[in-house]
Design a protein around this ligand. Structure first.
Ligand SMILES: [Zn+2]
Length: 291
């Protein structure tokens, strides 16, 4: 990439950050609203406020850690206990589309939808603790809680694998890919941080088998345009001989919103490997953004 092209991309990303920041992510289509910097600021204020309420009831030792050791949050388990949060079980959401309040594999929300993956595993809703941690990970580059959240996702995955009689040898964890320029810009590849936690929690290997092309995004794109924009952006770099591909490809992402990213990843995997592969594609996400 030439220096000029790189500068062009960086300039674009700065414009994108200013003009096309969608906060919070929206599950429903089709309008993508360009959000101004005030709203971006509001997002950070929200995080700071939740942190402030956390500070209020913590011990003096935690305050010391925070101030002098630079540890900005307590371990995730402590936060979950303080917030009364517990992980979702599969019986608490639709394992096909991921929405709350459905109890099986398929529900009224997804009955008429073509879905590119075979199963969704989630930790909770975006407006609950998992969403807070994802925002910290993405926008404050705070890896520790993100890694812990990944381990929780891995525990849920392990339980699903056990119930299907599958062991770790037949599974690969593949994060949704981030282009290296975006990675430099953001300072953290959040899906990779979560995937490493999933790998640790489930005892399965993580593989960087999906790559992403850099694609300029534009403010004000509607749902259909956003779909077109994500189409064809991923490439499979994993094995393609059917016998070498694990039985379950587990794609890890932070939030399931419209499902475009996960759909593109699933299409990319199936397209590369070919129809002879009888394996399954599961999506494991920290949070599902609903409504
Ligand atoms: Zn459903």
């Amino acid at each position: 990439m030439t220096q000029r092209a790189t500068l062009g991309i960086l300039e674009h990303m700065e414009n994108e950050r200013r003009a096309n920041f969608q906060w919070p992510p929206r599950r429903t289509e089709p309008q993508s609203v360009a959000i101004d910097s005030d709203q971006v600021e509001a997002g950070f204020v929200e995080i700071k406020r939740s942190r402030a309420s956390h500070i209020a009831d913590e011990s003096a030792f935690r305050a010391f850690e925070r101030t002098w050791l630079g540890l900005q949050d307590s371990p995730l388990r402590d936060r979950a206990i303080a917030a009364g949060f517990r992980m979702d079980e599969p019986g608490e959401y639709c394992t096909r589309c991921g929405v709350s309040g459905a109890f099986g594999h398929g529900c009224g929300n997804c009955a008429a939808k073509a879905i590119a993956w075979d199963r969704i595993i989630r930790i909770g809703r975006y407006d609950d603790l998992p969403g807070h941690v994802v925002r910290e990970l993405k926008f404050e580059r705070w890896r520790r809680a993100g890694a812990d959240l990944g381990v929780w996702m891995g525990a849920q995955l392990a339980s699903q694998l056990r119930s299907e009689g599958l062991d770790g040898a037949s599974v690969a964890v593949v994060p949704t890919p981030m282009h290296w320029v975006r990675r430099l810009w953001r300072g953290v590849d959040h899906a990779m941080v979560l995937a490493q936690g999933v790998s640790e929690g489930a005892g399965v290997p993580v593989r960087g088998w999906l790559r992403r092309r850099f694609r300029m995004t534009q403010g004000g794109l509607g749902g259909a345009d956003r779909r077109r924009n994500v189409r064809g952006t991923m490439r499979w770099r994993g094995p393609i001989a059917e016998s070498n591909v694990p039985q379950v490809i587990v794609i890890v992402d932070d939030v399931l919103t419209t499902g475009e990213t996960l759909s593109e990843a699933a299409r990319c995997v199936r397209g590369a490997i070919g129809s002879g592969w009888k394996g399954r594609i599961w999506g494991v996400v920290a949070a599902v953004a609903e409504g």
